[in-house]
Design a protein around this ligand. Sequence first.
Ligand code: AMP
Ligand code: TRP
Length: 336
Amino acid sequence: MTIPQRVFSGIQPSGVPTLGNYLGAIRNWVALQDRHECLFCIVDLHAVTVFQPPAQLIAQTREMAAALLACGLSPEKCVLFVQSHVPAHAQLGWLFNCIARIGWLNRMTQFKDKAGKDREAASAGLYVYPNLMAADILLYHATLVPVGDDQRQHLELANDIAQKFNHDYGVQFFPPIQPLIQGVAARVMSLRDGTKKMSKSDPSDQSRINLNDDNDAIAFKIRRAKTDPEPLPDDPAGLEGRPEARNLVGIMAAITDDLPENVLRAHGGKGFGAFKEELTEALVAHLSPIRERMNRLLRDPAALDAALHVGAEKAEALALPILARTMEIMGFLPRR
Ligand code: AMP
Ligand code: TRP
């Protein structure tokens, strides 16, 4: 008998989701909700590890909810909720701050990237970010975590925390978790620099396609996307050392549900001008219905908030017994 696997994933409300979020994460979530019990979380506590203007955080949290629903997440099929609505995340996060070792956190490349040169000026929250992420997942005993490639190291740390907890307290309580990193688009790169990942928090809007970009913006950004002067190669080997070309081919493959080899078989030898036009067409066909649904949902914030309320209730009902048992294992005096 196979044990049913619970799925958990999270996304920060730090901007409108990008094509990278969509192809690397959200699209896989939509497929998973038909096959598994799934929880998808808008991780606002993670977002504030970097300063968020309050009005903007509220707006972006609703925008993220609208985007996720517009992409096809269904409140009937999955639990969609906001992290701060379930305080147990922060509580288990604190307990994990006391399990994780400083040496483990010092190895996290995302902290090094996000903190930049002036590490002393980063928030303490940014440093312990991976502990909260481990709490998000383990609070539900979720075992499958669909993410983009950039989150692999954080999931290894979550497993280290689970193991150390089990070992220190002599229990088999937290299960091992398995990353689910799928597809040719596990890493969509910036349109301005093929060596950097496409990010919703990149200062340059030109570097990404946002899920609410209109068709003209999509066309403009693809036309302006950085490329090299060579025509497209006939096979993937010819993409070696050409990160921008590889990225556009990868996007075309992902958005048309095809393989890079087939994209190159069809377009090899063409210049980027012609290829970019076809890429724009494919992107517009796929993304414009999502944008329209998203805009429609945003016109009714009360309905969005109500859907998130239902999600939080369901999530909390699953989380509370696991938090309580964790605290019991650790020896906290129960409140009577
Ligand atoms: P974030 O934007 O950091 O909140 O990430 C949310 C999800 O999208 C995570 O699963 C990331 O791994 C994924 N993701 C973010 N950026 C990209 C990208 N450029 N390519 C592929 N996946 C991405
Ligand atoms: N750190 C993830 C990111 O930036 C977001 C996240 C927070 C997450 N908690 C999670 C992803 C739990 C998966 C599971 O992409």
